[in-house]
Design a protein around this ligand. Structure first.
Ligand SMILES: *[C@@H]1O[C@H](CO)[C@@H](O)[C@H](O)[C@H]1NC(C)=O
Length: 613
């Protein structure tokens, strides 16, 4: 009854499920639930790449959903799994790729997406008999503020009540038995090394599940949402599942991937025909490949609850090297992005990106190119219910928010800058972030900029494995890195440029954390507000490694950028209600210093330019 490749754990779980559930598992859709599977195309293994036509099913978890109104009818919701490097190792290179630690620690990331239209119970079973629980308290839901009811069903199953809401919910389900502590061994004089064992001098960095499970509960689109997000009429092309070739010759407006597995191979990355404006990945569509859109159209869409996976590509697949690994260490523009766009000067393209899960990006995941900054500023996007998983390599950042763009109700696993705030008039709301080792959560630096009106509100960083002992310039929760051209120079500023009205509100970071904010100001800065920042705790690193810094750099003629006065007029860098656990950090309480709770080591000459209150 079980095909080859099914692990004994899974077999046990199926037998258990059949024996215990009164109603059979259903795979049909009811009006208020939509689940899917990949029958006949699943490999349950965690040791190597899966075959091109297959998807990797989780060897650690299974999920079933029951609607609260029909609690005895169970729907299997497929659990995907991502492994470092897609299980294929280093293909065509032996140098560092950023996945070393996750790979040696045998980490994986499983996830399941389902669509719902009313309150539901999500049943999560562990397939590894070692993962038993004795009460619901042995499982943590993150963000911890979700407040979902959870109940132990049996020693390997928990159920979680997920109320319906139109924005959906994205959360992590963590069995205590899966928790692993990452240490920095503090070996050598530089950054140290991450390790699962502390060694003689090691200190803890962070605790997270070795084999994680994310649940993406998303609302079934209805009404005009459905019309906007699901193509029903028009010039639609339906590719055949299996090997995709000649994608650039699809001269239609809409490419509609129906449920099934599609793959492009490791050396193919098509540029879509200029006719293509909409790529739809239906729930249950799984495409191994990438899409480069041409400029020209006034609107673009990427929608559906399917998956775009980079698993077949090697790390840093370079267009200048036939999509084999980059010959030189750098390939910022020539390395493949799973989603790539071009903003032309003749139109103002607006992209709707909704529902899609992007998995195992081999480099930056999403970039828009243009011939000039003003052309680039023509490109805007609305992003919601977007998920990024399996970001194991360096450079796997989240999203750059182009001018007049919003991102909301999304999840990012990223191993570099997660949200890049390089353009004006953007908002980021209700986002869950799982932070890897490299880069900060928010990045607004690297070059002098004229930007304003940037709002971040409601971000839950549920894990943060930043571990560097030395004071890196591109790290922490919030970062304005120095000039990318010369990061060690203090004369790279441009006093004609100004960053103003940048507000981070209600950012929470759970568990152990490395550092709050590092700013090397390359532009004038006014009204940079950090409101209600909450950090659960600092990690075990020396305080010197955790310091926040604030420097105002000068231009080549020696003129320093201007920073607003915060103390007298509230126009500089304001930290209001900044808390570590339950301790509020304020100037008045004198607990802001680098060795005190706040870990702030701001330049003394900026004393009037910042405040904590
Ligand atoms: C594969 O799964 C087994 C069983 O849970 C686990 O012991 C092992 O560490 C995993 N291997 C990798 C490479 O993740």
């Amino acid at each position: 009854m079980f095909g080859p490749g099914i692990t004994p754990y899974l077999a046990l779980a199926i037998v258990f499920a059949l024996a215990c559930e009164a109603a059979p598992f259903l795979r049909r859709d009811s009006q208020n639930i939509h689940v899917w599977n990949h029958d006949g195309a699943v490999e349950y293994q965690n040791s190597s790449a899966v075959a091109a036509a297959n998807v990797r099913g989780s060897t650690f978890y299974s999920t079933t959903i029951a609607l609260n109104s029909e609690p005895d009818v169970f729907y299997n919701s497929f659990v995907y799994m991502s492994m470092p490097r897609g299980g294929k190792g280093k293909v065509g290179y032996s140098t560092e790729d950023g996945a070393e630690y996750a790979s040696s620690a045998q980490m994986s990331m499983s996830w399941s997406t389902f669509l719902y239209g009313e309150d539901a119970w999500v049943y999560v079973s562990t397939l590894d008999p070692a993962d038993t629980i004795s009460s619901a308290n042995d499982v943590t839901i993150r963000p911890t503020t979700r407040g979902f009811t959870k109940q132990m069903v049996n020693p390997t199953t928990i159920r979680i009540f997920v109320p319906y809401q139109a924005q959906g919910y994205r959360f992590s389900v963590e069995f205590n038995t899966q928790l692993v502590t990452t240490y920095n061994t503090l070996s050598g004089s530089g950054s140290g090394q991450p390790s699962t064992t502390p060694g003689p001098n090691g200190v803890p960095i962070h605790v997270e599940p070795r084999n994680s499970l994310l649940i993406f509960a998303e609302a079934i689109p209805t009404g005009t949402m459905a019309t906007d997000l699901i193509p029903s009429t028009g010039d639609i092309y339906y590719p055949t599942s299996g090997l995709l070739t000649g994608v650039e010759d699809i001269n239609h407006q809409i490419i509609y991937f129906q449920p099934g597995v599609y793959y492009m191979g490791s050396n193919y990355a098509p540029t879509l025909s200029s006719t293509v404006q909409w790529v739809y990945l239906a729930p249950g569509a799984y495409v191994k490949g990438s899409f480069e859109f041409q400029g020209g159209a006034s609107w673009l869409k990427i929608t559906g609850f399917g998956v775009l996976s980079g698993e077949q590509y090697t790390y840093m697949p370079d267009r200048n090297n036939g999509l084999n690994h980059a010959l030189t260490g750098k390939c910022d523009s020539s390395c493949l992005k799973l989603f790539q766009f071009f903003a032309s000067s003749t139109t103002s393209p607006h992209l709707d990106l909704h529902g899609v899960t992007i998995m195992e990006p081999p480099f930056n995941s999403f970039v828009v190119y243009a011939n000039s900054e003003s052309d680039l500023n023509q490109f805007s996007m609305s992003v919601s219910s977007y998920h990024q998983v399996g970001a194991w390599y360096w450079q796997t950042d989240g999203l750059e928010l182009y001018a007049n763009s919003i991102v909301e109700n999304s999840f990012f696993h990223a191993n570099d800058d997660v949200v890049k705030l390089f353009h004006s008039d953007t908002s980021s709301t209700n986002i869950v972030i799982w932070k890897g080792e490299n880069g900060p959560v928010f990045q607004f630096g690297w070059a002098p900029r004229n930007i304003q009106n940037i709002n971040i509100n409601g971000v839950d960083v549920i894990h943060n494995r930043i571990w560097w002992q030395d004071v890196k310039v591109n790290t922490c929760l919030i970062n304005h890195a120095p000039s990318a051209v010369d990061p060690s120079s203090s004369t790279t500023a441009d006093t004609s440029k100004t960053i103003q009205d940048l507000t981070f509100s209600n950012v929470r970071s759970e568990g152990m954390n490395m550092c709050l904010i590092r700013i090397w100001a390359l532009s004038n800065m006014f009204n940079i507000n950090v409101n209600n920042m909450w950090i659960e705790s600092w990690n075990g690193m020396p305080a010197a490694s955790q310091q926040s810094v604030f420097h105002a750099l000068s231009d080549s003629a020696g003129s320093q950028v201007s920073i607003g006065n915060e103390v007298s007029s509230g126009q500089g860098l304001g930290l209001s209600n900044y808390r570590i656990s339950s301790t509020q950090v304020t100037k008045a309480a004198s607990n802001w210093q680098d060795t005190a709770a706040g870990r702030l080591n701001f330049d003394a000459n900026l004393w009037e330019n910042w405040n904590a209150f």
